[in-house]
Design a protein around this ligand. Structure first.
Ligand code: UD1
Length: 340
């Protein structure tokens, strides 16, 4: 019988791609999601890709009573991948309590119920934001963490600590903290992808919406950073590679790893905003209209990952070339916008 995994936030962008990776690896997937920033249709996409529609429970992780019923039905699960959280940096500054309540309240409930129902493994969505403005690049998992620059970032730092303390107190629970760099792209089939609400905050959906004519031009935030070409540098990782890392993390714990593992998930390559615009044109033939705009408050000039630990311990590495990732992002946008 296949092993069951609970995926909170499984209808979202990273969640839906991870459902595909789990199903393709033979896991039985149950999605807990309140659809607050996701579409149930994404699970139809998962079904079209894999031939299996994950079971879905509409539940808010901050509602302990409802979440307990959902866990009670799936007490045979061998692990939880906890994606369900808010992720808009700006919104977290204007509405911090919303972020603390949702991101931390949800996590605490999940951990409490894992303990109650003896579900032994958790994978947690953390972020490169925990490194703040790093002194040395690339960052390894040993790079010192910096104080969070937004309530969103604070929920990731605190989330990691809540999990560490919980595992220390209840060693029957094992955890993997995955620090994502910048996930982009879509499933190559264009059946699932990122669906931002309103005006995108993040670069990739802003690029594809501009290419589709939904936005007039891209604002490039800052051209005078102390980087090789003056533009901010990030580590853009293909969403399908990122999804596979969750399966690798689970397998590692299921084969006996205990305690708390921490892994960077990136490509190990830094790419500037302008290099990404150029690469998008090369991959898709679309020349983006853009304007140089002032720096965005809180932006880190440059950050990319050293991912040797994940390669050594999880036997995982990013393999999808950037041009394929950009082509998949554009294919998805065309699908969503009905462009031939
Ligand atoms: C941001 C968050 C990060 C969060 C991630 C996912 C900050 C400082 N960090 O990462 O904590 O985990 O989103 O939600 O906000 N850019 C433009 N024009 C745009 C949009 C972005 O030039 O319209 C540039 C930014 O200045 C940055 C790069 O593109 O240099 C990537 O931005 P974005 O996609 O928002 O990701 P991060 O800021 O790296």
């Amino acid at each position: 019988m296949s092993q069951k995994i609970i995926v909170t936030g499984g209808a979202g962008y990273i969640g839906s791609h991870t459902c595909v990776a789990l199903i393709e690896s033979g896991f039985d997937v149950v999605v807990f999601d309140n659809l607050s920033n996701s579409q149930i249709d994404s699970l139809d996409g998962v079904a079209r890709i894999t031939g299996t529609r994950p079971e879905f429970i509409n539940v808010d992780c901050t509602d302990i009573t409802a979440l307990r019923s959902a866990f009670a039905t799936h007490r045979d699960a061998v692990g939880v991948i906890h994606f369900a959280a808010f992720k808009a940096v700006g919104e977290s500054v204007s509405n911090p309590l919303l972020y603390y309540r949702n991101n931390l309240g949800g996590l605490i409930n999940v951990l409490d119920l894992m303990r109650e129902f003896d579900v032994p493994n958790i994978v947690f969505s953390s972020s490169a934001t925990v490194y703040g403005v790093p002194e040395k690049l690339p960052v390894t998992e040993q790079t010192p963490l910096q104080p969070a620059t937004s309530p969103y970032g604070a929920t990731k730092v605190m989330g990691e600590n809540i999990i560490r303390d919980t595992v220390r107190a209840y060693p029957q629970i094992s955890a993997t903290l995955l620090r994502y760099f910048n996930p982009i792209g879509a499933h190559p089939s264009a059946e699932i992808g990122e669906l931002p609400n309103g005006i995108p905050n993040n670069l990739m959906p802003y690029i594809t919406q501009t290419a589709a004519g939904i936005r007039e031009y891209l604002n490039v935030f800052g051209d005078d950073y102390d980087t090789p070409d003056g533009f901010c540098v990030r580590d853009y990782i293909d969403i399908n590679d990122l999804a596979r890392a969750h399966v690798a993390a689970l397998r590692h714990m299921l084969s006996g790893a205990t305690g708390v593992g921490v892994f960077n998930l990136g490509t190990g390559q830094g790419t500037s905003v302008m290099e990404l615009i150029d690469a998008f044109r090369d991959a898709t033939g679309v020349d983006l209209p853009y304007r140089i705009a002032p720096r965005r408050a809180g932006d880190v000039p440059a950050i990319w990952a050293n991912c040797d630990l994940a390669s050594r311990v999880l036997n995982w590495r990013a393999v999808v070339p950037l041009n394929e990732t950009l082509a998949s992002a554009w294919r998805w946008q065309k699908h969503v916008s009905g462009i031939k």
